[in-house]
Design a protein. Structure first.
Length: 223
């Protein structure tokens, strides 16, 4: 007779409205599931929360950052990275079925999960149809700790190939402060200007910091 191993049920956190106690329980269950021999899942879950602030931010952390908390003697960091990818795929599938801009908090949580703990700048674009449904979410540039190359004409060429009518731009600030620099503002307005010529609207540009976001539209920088 084959042996059946029992696993604790795990629900990946994809949105807001989750308390710290819920986060702790989730992380504790996830640790027990991924490493059934771990000696102190309760203490490690508390350490993750103390260091990263939430279960979502812990899952979105770089493997090196997880190593600092969990220690290199455990295989948990790469396993947590797999769990993160599973959560992102579920989130992306859900976003594709809905109006992307209707659930603002969910969109920002998704971007935090994608880029919030990256150690280099990334620039990504969400391409939307006229019904605000996601056609593609693509990484359009990676760079250094404080710069990522952006090519507006390449973005517009891709938008036309996909038949996109609206764009949500997003990039991260690894230093943690999401406020835009003058270069960020200039670049965004340039993309929006080219978009108007091509009849593609830049709806927003969201900058992701460590646990915070900045919306160009909400700040009045995009009309």
């Amino acid at each position: 007779m084959s042996e059946h191993r029992q696993y604790a049920p795990v629900t990946l956190p994809l949105g807001g409205g989750i308390s710290r106690a819920d986060d702790h329980t989730f992380l504790q269950d996830l640790i027990r599931t991924l490493d059934t021999t771990h000696s102190a899942p309760d203490r490690l879950a508390a350490s993750f929360l103390a260091h990263f602030g939430s279960a979502g931010m812990a899952l979105s952390a770089h493997v090196g950052g997880l190593d600092e908390v969990a220690g290199r003697e455990t295989a948990l960091p790469p396993l947590l990275a797999v769990a993160r990818e599973a959560a992102l795929r579920l989130f992306r599938a859900r976003v594709r079925r809905t109006d992307v801009l209707a659930g603002r908090a969910g969109l920002e949580a998704y971007l935090q999960a994608c880029m919030g703990h990256e150690v280099i700048e990334q620039f990504r674009v969400l391409f939307l149809d006229e019904g605000f449904r996601l056609l593609a979410d693509e990484l359009m540039g990676t760079g250094t700790v404080n710069h990522s190359p952006v090519y507006p004409r390449e973005i517009m060429r891709r938008a036309l190939a996909l038949g996109a009518r609206l764009l949500v731009l997003a990039h991260n600030h690894p230093a943690g402060q999401p406020e835009p620099s003058p270069a960020d503002i200039e670049m965004t307005l340039r993309i929006a200007q080219i978009g108007r010529i091509m009849q593609v609207t830049v709806h927003d540009h969201i900058i992701v910091g460590n646990g915070r976001t900045h919306s160009f539209r909400e700040a009045g920088l995009l009309i």
